[in-house]
Design a protein around this ligand. Structure first.
Ligand SMILES: NC(=O)C1=CN([C@@H]2O[C@H](COP(=O)(O)OP(=O)(O)OC[C@H]3O[C@@H](n4cnc5c(N)ncnc54)[C@H](O)[C@@H]3O)[C@@H](O)[C@H]2O)C=CC1
Ligand SMILES: O=C(O)[C@@H]1CCC=N1
Length: 264
C-alpha cells in the first residue's frame, strides 16, 4: 500500500508512527514545507520525505491530508490535476466538509474524512470515518488501515464535529483526569512516578473491563462499591462537587466552540 501524508505536523507524525509500527505501508511519503524536522523518519527504509505534494500524490494510492483546515483548499487545488481513479483521499482536517473537497477536486473522487486521535502513534486511536458516495466503496479499505492503529467507527458526516470533541479533544480530557488522580495519589503518600503508574494502569484496567465485557460502567461500579464503604463515599463526594456535570458541560462547551470556529 502506497500512502502519502500531506502535512506532517503533530497529527501527521502520530499517524506516520502508527503506520510504520503496524507495517501498514509499502511506501510512505511524508510531506511538509520544510522537511528537516522529519529527519528522524529517514531511518525507515520505506519512508520518503519531500516538500513536493504533487510528487507524493503521483507516487501514492492513499492520500491522507493532515494539514490545518485553512491550508487544505489550496493544497487540493495544487494536486487535483494529478489525481487518477486509483486515488483515495482521506482528510483529517477538522471542520472541512466533504462537500468543500468535492467542489475543488470533483465529486467523482473517493473522498473520506477520518478523525483519529494522537494515540494513533501507539496503535490505540479511536478513529471515526465518513465518506462521500463513491468513497463508501473505500470505507472497508480505510477502516482496515486505521483498525491496524486502534479502533474505528463508520459514522455519518454530521457527527464528525461531535466525534472530534469526544475522541480527538477527548485525549486531553482523559489526560486531565489521569493527572488529577495522580495528584490525589501523591497527597495520599505515593511519589509522583508511582502515583502516575497507579493512575494510568487503573485507567487502562477500567477501559479494558468495558471493552472486553461490553458491560455498563454502573455495573462495574456496583461490583466495587461496598455498602457504607470508601468507594461510594468518594464517588458521592465527587458527584456533590459536580464531576459528571462538569465533564458533560465541558464536552458541550467544546462542541459549541468547534461549531463556532469550523464550517460544519
Ligand atoms: N485528531 C486529533 O487529535 C487532532 C486533529 N487535528 C486536526 O488535524 C489537522 C492537523 O493538525 P496538526 O497536526 O495539529 O497541525 P500542524 O500545524 O502541527 O501540522 C500541519 C502541518 O502541515 C504542514 N503544511 C502546511 N501547509 C503545507 C503544504 N502546502 N504542504 C505540505 N505541508 C504543509 C505544516 O508545516 C505543518 O507541519 C488539523 O486540521 C486539525 O484540525 C488537530 C489536532 C489533534
Ligand atoms: O483543539 C482543537 O481545536 C483541535 C481539533 C481537535 C483537536 N484539536
Amino acid at each position: 500500500m502506497k500512502i502519502a501524508i500531506i502535512g506532517t505536523g503533530n497529527l501527521g507524525k502520530s499517524i506516520a508512527k502508527g503506520i510504520l509500527h503496524s507495517n501498514g505501508a509499502t511506501t510512505l511519503y511524508l510531506t511538509k514545507r520544510d522537511t528537516s524536522e522529519l529527519a528522524p523518519f529517514e531511518k525507515y527504509g520505506n519512508v520518503k520525505l519531500t516538500s513536493d505534494n504533487i510528487q507524493a500524490v503521483q507516487e501514492s494510492d492513499i492520500i491522507i491530508f493532515a494539514v490545518q483546515p485553512g491550508h487544505l483548499a489550496k493544497i487540493l487545488e495544487d494536486i487535483k490535476g494529478s489525481l487518477t481513479e486509483k486515488h483515495v483521499l482521506i482528510s483529517t482536517a477538522a471542520g472541512f466538509p466533504i462537500q468543500n473537497m468535492e467542489a475543488i477536486v470533483g465529486a467523482h473522487n473517493y473522498i473520506l474524512r477520518a478523525m483519529p486521535n494522537t494515540a494513533i502513534s501507539v496503535g490505540k486511536s479511536m478513529t471515526c470515518i465518513c465518506a462521500n458516495a463513491p468513497g463508501q466503496k473505500r470505507m472497508d479499505l480505510a477502516q482496515a488501515i486505521f483498525d491496524r492503529m486502534g479502533h474505528t467507527m463508520a459514522i455519518s458526516e454530521e457527527l464528525m464535529q461531535a466525534a472530534t470533541v469526544i475522541c480527538a479533544s477527548g485525549i486531553a480530557f482523559w489526560m486531565r483526569l489521569v493527572r488529577a488522580t495522580t495528584q490525589g495519589a501523591i497527597q495520599l503518600g505515593f511519589d509522583a512516578k508511582e502515583a502516575q503508574e497507579l493512575a494510568v494502569h487503573t485507567c487502562n484496567g477500567a477501559a479494558g473491563l468495558l471493552i472486553d465485557s461490553h458491560s455498563h460502567p454502573e455495573a462495574e461500579i456496583d461490583k466495587v462499591t461496598t455498602p457504607r464503604g470508601c468507594t461510594i463515599e468518594g464517588l458521592n463526594e465527587m458527584e456533590h462537587q459536580g464531576l459528571s456535570s462538569s465533564l458533560i458541560r465541558g464536552i458541550v462547551a467544546s462542541f459549541e466552540k468547534i461549531n463556532q470556529i469550523k464550517q460544519m
